[in-house]
Every structure is written in C-alpha cells, then in structure tokens.
Design a protein around this ligand. Structure first.
Ligand code: HEC
Ligand code: HEC
Length: 207
C-alpha cells in the first residue's frame, strides 16, 4: 500500500520534471509569432490546398499518420525538408521554434489536440514563480479547499488531478472546471505561470 503510493509519487515527479524540461527546451528560440501567423505567411502556400502532395490543413487523414511521428520528428523533417517539402517551408527567416508552432497549428486544425509550445523569452512581463502566483491568487481557494479546491501541499488530493499528465491539468486550469474559474480569475497569468503554480501546489517548494 505505502509502496504503491510511493511509486505513484515517483511517477508524478517524473511527469512534472519531464514537463519542465519540455518548456526549458523551447526557450532557446527567440520569436513571438504564433503558429497561425506563420502558417498564414508561409506554409499556407502548399498546405492549404494540398499542392504537390502536401498534407492538407483540415484533412484529418492527411495528418493523422504524420502526427503520430510526434512534434520533434515532424519539426526535424520540416527544418531539413522532405521530398517536395522545402527546408523551412522555403522561408529561412523562420526559427526552429516557429516551425514547431506552425506544425502544431496545422495538426490542431486537422483533428489534433496539441498544446502550442511556449517561448519563455518572448513573454512580456517577467515570469512569476509558482510560489508567487499561488500567494497572489490561487491561495484564495486552494489554501482552505474552498468548494472542493484541492489544497496546497495535499499530495493525495492532487495525485488524481495530475494522473493524466501535467499538460491536461494546466489546460483544465486555463479553461476552468466546476468551481475552478478560468485561469483562477487572473486573465493576465501566462500558461507557464499557471503550470508553475500547479507544480507548487502539488509540492510547495520554491520553483
Ligand atoms: C512549397 C510547398 C510547401 C511549403 C511552402 C510548405 N510545405 Fe510542408 N510539405 C510540403 C509537401 C509537398 C509535403 C509532403 C512531403 C512528403 O512527405 O513527401 C510537406 C510535408 C510537411 C510536413 C510533414 C513532414 C513529415 O515528416 O511527414 C510538415 C510537418 C510540414 N510540411 C511543415 C511545413 C511548415 C511548418 C511549413 C511552413 C513553415 C511548410 N510545411 C511549408 C510542401 C510545402
Ligand atoms: C475562486 C476560487 C479558486 C481560485 C481563485 C483558484 N481555484 Fe483552482 N480550483 C478551485 C476549485 C473549487 C477547484 C475544484 C474544481 C472541480 O474539480 O470541481 C479547483 C481546481 C483546480 C485544479 C484542478 C483542475 C482539474 O482538472 O482537476 C487546478 C489545476 C487548479 N484549480 C489550479 C488553480 C490555479 C493555478 C490557481 C491560481 C492561478 C487557482 N486554481 C485559483 C477554485 C479556485
């Protein structure tokens, strides 16, 4: 029994850590354009109509098999070019990061549910830590467990919320859920800050 709990804790720790490294990786590039904007300036040329065999945006079948390769591998192919797909979609000014955002946009327009990668460097305001966000806002309900809010530091209350991965939980906090208002009633919080706040509430140490 105790062992089972420990294993679950380790698993969650691993999920959290791998989530962290994912958004650390995306800090390397330096542009702010969103996937949709990049698509509209460059990728649409072939991917809107499906010209020369390009997977067509909106066509689930075209994208499903390719999407199963995962974002890293698709991004790699789009950067290097693949058969009639030119390297960088023929636009050298696009960073690798922007390419990955454009791909996410196309996959999501075609039946996928990927979260657009975030770029910490481009966020306008300095990032608040998870602890700061929680102390400014989330504590209002999560300190006492108001209306069933999982309490800060109450591991057992958080584990079932996190069991399908941190991304889904972040998404749920962004959109709201039962008594949980969208973004905890703070529209100015970025996705990264919401994520850090959740990690802090699961395990309240500075992050
Ligand atoms: C000049 C036409 C053209 C443009 C512009 C273009 N693509 Fe493509 N793309 C293609 C074609 C053709 C394929 C199919 C290649 C194949 O698999 O034979 C493709 C395939 C892809 C794939 C699938 C790769 C794989 O591994 O299956 C991705 C991802 C992709 N494009 C991303 C992009 C992005 C992002 C942009 C914009 C930055 C872009 N493309 C712009 C023609 C284009
Ligand atoms: C007005 C009260 C209130 C505030 C403020 C609030 N929450 Fe919540 N939160 C709740 C309640 C109530 C629930 C339980 C909702 C349910 O599952 O029915 C909840 C649930 C959650 C969940 C679990 C969602 C899920 O899918 O299981 C997360 C994550 C969360 N809150 C994050 C946050 C973050 C981050 C903040 C601060 C930015 C915040 N909350 C601020 C009331 C609040």
């Amino acid at each position: 029994m105790e062992n089972g709990k420990l294993i679950i804790k380790h698993l969650i720790g691993w999920v959290l850590i791998s989530g962290f490294s994912l958004f650390m990786v995306s800090t390397e590039a330096a542009s702010q354009r969103e996937g949709k904007a990049i698509f509209n300036t460059t990728c649409f040329k072939c991917h809107l109509t499906g010209e020369t065999g390009a997977p067509k945006v909106g066509n689930k079948e075209d994208w499903q098999k390719r999407a199963s390769k995962g974002l890293t591998s698709l991004t790699q192919n789009a950067i290097q070019g693949i058969r009639l797909m030119p390297a960088h979609g023929g636009n050298d000014s696009l960073s690798d990061f922007e390419i990955s955002r454009a791909i996410t946009f196309m996959v999501n327009q075609s039946g996928g549910h990927w979260i657009e990668p975030l770029n910490l460097q481009t966020l306008a305001a300095p990032l608040r830590t998870g602890k700061q966000v929680v102390q400014e806002q989330c504590y209002k309900c999560h300190q006492t467990g108001k209306n069933g809010a999982p309490r800060i530091g109450d591991n057992l209350a958080w584990i079932p919320r996190l069991k399908n991965g941190i991304d889904l939980t972040v998404n749920s906090a962004i959109h709201g859920h039962g008594g949980m208002p969208p973004r905890g009633e703070r529209a100015d919080l970025t996705d990264v800050e919401i994520r850090a706040a959740i990690i802090y509430m699961y395990h309240p140490v500075d992050n």
